[in-house]
Write a protein that binds this ligand. Structure first.
Ligand SMILES: Cc1cc2nc3c(=O)[nH]c(=O)nc-3n(C[C@H](O)[C@H](O)[C@H](O)COP(=O)(O)O)c2cc1C
Length: 189
């Protein structure tokens, strides 16, 4: 009789105001779904229901950055995950649409989570700035900070990061004792 590999769940979720970050999360989920071996399933829930995170063995969580911070829904999800049993967590931010990105508080705090061993990696992707979608207040802000309109997302870079995560998850042994996930030290560098 064939043995059935235990099903493990990867959650890919993101907060987005104008859709650009959601499209990155969609692409990550799609590529990861293709790459991961049998025994993994990838789900792509909305962040409005944090219970989707309860069943996760691994999470890829991202957010657009506005005014230097992650969006509220993603920040809540991150706080929720901090109280959860340890599992594999990857973070990504989208935003930089100009050269001025060093003041992003969330980029700094997500980086420090990696340094503290609470997340495996934090990736920063270029964002999309479609001025036709912005409110007049937003338009004034982006003008003031000299942000460059356009689509700064690099899909090859997004795919490469998904492949990189899939490679790491593929070598994580399935938990045999019912515990979730692994320590971050089990991941490849
Ligand atoms: C009003 C406004 C404020 C922004 N603030 C930041 C910021 O502080 N740091 C940054 O890197 N990007 C900033 N951005 C760029 C957005 O993060 C970027 O356009 C992102 O891709 C939008 O994602 P979304 O389409 O998922 O909402 C800002 C954009 C707008 C419109």
């Amino acid at each position: 009789m064939d043995t059935v590999a235990p099903c493990r769940t990867l959650v890919v979720a993101a907060a987005s105001r104008h859709g650009g970050t959601c499209e990155i999360a969609d692409r990550l989920a799609w590529t990861l779904g293709n790459d991961l071996p049998l025994g993994w399933r990838v789900i792509r829930p909305e962040l409005s229901d944090l219970r989707a995170l309860d069943d996760a063995d691994a999470v890829v969580l991202g957010s657009a950055i506005y005014y230097g911070h992650w969006m509220r829904a993603a920040a809540h999800a991150l706080a929720y995950l901090k109280d959860a049993p340890l599992f594999d967590l990857w973070l990504f931010s989208t935003g930089p649409v100009s050269e001025v990105e060093t003041e992003n508080a969330q980029i700094i705090s997500a980086d420090s989570m990696v340094q503290a061993g609470q997340a495996i990696e934090h990736k920063v992707f270029g964002g999309r700035l479609d001025t036709s979608r912005l409110s007049w207040v937003e338009r004034a802000v982006v003008k003031a900070v000299h942000a460059i309109p356009g689509d700064h997302r690099d899909w090859d870079e997004v795919d490469a990061w998904a492949h990189h995560i899939a490679k790491q998850l593929s070598v994580v042994p399935a938990p045999s004792d019912g515990t979730k996930g692994t320590s971050n030290e089990d991941a490849l560098p």
